[in-house]
Design a protein around this ligand. Sequence first.
Ligand code: IFM
Length: 467
Amino acid sequence: MTTTTPDIATASEVTFPPAFRWGAATAAYQIEGAADEDGRTPSIWDTFSRTPGTVRNGDTGDIAADHYHHMREDVALMAGLGLTDYRFSVSWSRVQPTGRGPAVQKGLDFYRALVDELLAKGIRPVLTLYHWDLPQELEDAGGWPQRDTAQRFAEYTELVAQALGDRVRTWTTLNEPWCAAFLGYAEGVHAPGRREPEAALRAAHHLNLAHGLAVGVLRETTRPSAEVSLTLNLAAVRPLTGSAADADAARRVDALANRIFLDPVFRGHYAADLRADTAQLTDWSFVRDGDLAVISRPVDSLGINYYTPTVVAAGSHPLPSPWPAAQDHVRFVPAPGPRTAMDWPVDADGLYEVLTRLRDELPGTPLLVTENGAAYDDYADPAGQVHDPERIAYLRAHLEAVHRAMAAGADVRGYFLWSLLDNFEWAYGYSKRFGLVHVDFASQRRTPKDSARWYADVVAHRRLPHA
Ligand code: IFM
């Protein structure tokens, strides 16, 4: 990737540059199904979702959107939308079931067939190696708090890169390591459901280390033109008031949400305030000599997932919490405004804030919005139509925010909508629909929503239509 600032129209018309990448995103466990097929073994999400009381309605990803068997139909849908890119993840336990040893050929074959189908339709594959589905055997050996898991990830990366490195150009090591570490090991609302704040900090470091090791493997194994990236769900943190106490709450959350990843990856250190804030839990001795040099190996771009801002004030919040050592210092305040079906406030300015912060802090790093979208209570009407005007309004507002950030100098190279299909929304099961395409999970019938037609029009013209 070059690092020139894209040339975009700044007039009232919201037009994107010709090279702008238009995508949609998914993740393996959320869409594939085929949980026991062709040698795949359980990941932590299979185990967690099969544990009573963890996922709404007892839903699991056993069948999901059955993408494993509908792959060609789904790629045809993407082609119909005119997407330039498709962001998907590889299921680690489908290609290396125990997290060790050789690959399972049938698992690799599925992803090779997917990639070939995409390339045949002129769609660029954007491959994420880890979107939260750790092989259960590695969790049984300690999971991400265990240092060896990072080495296992490097080995798995090599298997995938050897199989697909000749045809995949854009690689993402991890998706949202914050969720993997803190929802999984501190709050316990995601797999593996542990409530161990100190272990969550170790997990965050080992995820960072896994990222750095994988960058090294990808540089050695794939083509020199490969683009290597990492996707973070950076928080747009806002203090409730201008008080020093609220500013300190925002500083703490910024450290635990953002700087715990941005600092080691882009600056080769962990911040002193992060270490001090968490000193009651750990002395950070799990960070070994040489780790930070590995973690800070250069990447070619940064992926940002954004949904809603985080408003904080001085105060406290109850445990369990995904914020280690912050429970006596931070109160989370609901942001005002309309809400999605997730009860997440709609606030596109937060995306602008994140992108312009990165413009200032990481000059020269191209940015991709690798996820953005909204769940609404969509349904197919008797005529088989799915009308979702709220999603269209959400997408318009956020694409306007991306455009504003680009006009202000943020080097944003693409926008990937979450999600292509309605899917398994983690602890919410199938109760939340994020898709551009409605999925009837009983029949597996796919119905493009009104938003799909709207997005296809945006992609075709690289411009937001007049409201
Ligand atoms: O569904 C998730 C996705 O897996 C990761 N980012 C947020 C999405 C919506 O919650």
